[in-house]
Ligand binder design. Structure first.
Ligand code: ATP
Ligand code: MG
Length: 378
């Protein structure tokens, strides 16, 4: 059960389909300081008019828990969770949605089977799902491919209705749907968007008392709409988050590789592995590798995901040193020079030695385990 303490609009009735979208915290979820802080802040300001906080930025390291935090907010606030993953070539219809003319059934029959299927699914959709979602579902493709497909369909529909008086239907984007229906929307990596006009459209959707003007209707912002922007910190060569977009954010969290204690807590919850010597040593190694990679401009990341998989490999009986390479180091880089730099850092911090000790301890444990289970232990 999600804790009702921070539910923002207790009187609101969600439909069954909407209830399904509210995130349910798994048992492995650990509440973080950031989560507590955001919840308190938003709850405190919720009925304070212009001081209401509805746009949040979570910026920082890959795997630091930005997406899971956005989902946890959905759980705490009692709001449906939805997301949009931004990409470089996004255009205005990806932000706003698309207006699609309805093709006559004779013309429809002459199209490719794939396009027919897509169009039919769109025409039959109940308006609850966004156009990309409908296409993802019926064609089994990713959000980005679905967005491309939608553009193709729009062109096709325009060609097949030229000169005819036709009916039009509006298909909201995921963003507009969340905006209109009052969901919590995670906007992933909006810094990659190239077109300035598209960024402007996104900015205007984040206006507190805004409305979106479409050719077919005016869409008002639902008072419960919350936008959570999640993005990796910009590094040399990457595009920084648009300033105007940044300026519309009313609360920001700097998301780094968590503290060692939190790393261990999450890994234990996820893998059910409890050997503290292993968890501690591996966490220290990840921290050293993360720092070293940064200091030497090595592009890959040593983060939480690598840590989980490394711990899990050892929990499954693999060697710690061997899996260090397959789960952590090669994920950062496969360049021999860079690997040397990483190895040297581990050695200097005494981690290679500690890992050898871990390895000896693990071998002993393996030896002990069968006799333990004979007595019914686990
Ligand atoms: N509070 C938490 N409790 C337990 N596990 C967590 C928590 N937060 C994150 N994790 C785990 O850490 C991993 C990475 O989390 P998440 O996907 O949220 O990171 P992210 O910052 O969104 O990464 P990316 O930058 O790649 O999008 C996931 O396996 C997730 O389940
Ligand atoms: Mg994420």
């Amino acid at each position: 059960m999600n804790d009702p303490e921070y539910v923002l609009s207790p009187a609101r009735q969600l439909t069954d389909a909407e209830k399904e979208l509210v995130w349910l915290k798994p048992l492995s979820h650990k509440v973080s300081e950031e989560e507590r802080r955001i919840c308190k802040e938003i709850k405190r300001n919720w009925n304070r008019g212009e001081m209401k906080i509805t746009n949040i930025l979570l910026e920082g390291d890959a795997g630091s828990g930005k997406t899971q935090l956005a989902k946890a907010l959905s759980a705490n606030f009692g709001l449906p969770y939805t997301k949009v993953t931004c990409f470089a070539d996004m255009d205005k219809s990806d932000i706003m949605g698309a207006i699609l003319p309805v093709i006559s059934s004779e013309r429809l029959k002459k199209l490719d089977a794939d396009d027919q299927e897509a169009l039919k699914a769109l025409y039959e959709s109940d308006g609850f799902h966004s156009a990309t979602e409908v296409l993802m579902d019926v064609l089994g493709v990713t959000q980005e491919i679905a967005a491309l497909k939608m553009k193709h369909i729009l062109k096709l529909a325009a060609e097949n209705t030229e000169g005819e008086a036709v009916e039009y239907r509006f298909y909201p984007s995921e963003i507009v749907r969340a905006y209109q229906k009052g969901y919590l929307l995670e906007i992933q990596e909006p810094n990659v968007i190239r077109d300035a006009a598209v960024l402007m459209a996104l900015n205007s959707a984040l206006e507190l008392d805004g409305s979106i003007n479409l050719p077919t209707e005016i869409i008002r912002r639902h008072p419960d709409f919350i936008a959570v922007i999640t993005t990796n910190r910009s590094y040399a060569g990457s595009r920084p988050l648009n300033e105007a977009l940044r300026d519309r954010v009313q609360h920001t969290e700097k998301m780094d590789l968590p503290t060692k204690e939190v790393m261990i807590e999450r890994a234990m919850a996820k893998t059910s592995y409890e050997n503290e010597q292993v968890l501690d040593t591996f966490a220290d190694a990840i921290i050293v590798l993360d720092k070293t990679a940064r200091a030497n401009a090595i592009k890959g990341v040593a983060g939480m995901r690598s840590y989980f998989y490394w711990v899990d490999a050892v929990a499954g009986g693999a060697s710690g040193i061997e899996s260090l390479y397959h789960k952590v180091i090669y994920k950062i880089t496969t360049d021999s020079e860079e690997i040397k730099i990483l190895e040297e850092a581990l050695k200097q911090q005494g981690l290679l030695e500690r890992m050898d000790e871990v390895e000896i301890g693990l071998k002993k444990n393996k030896f002990l385990t069968p006799s333990k289970s004979e007595h019914g232990g686990k």
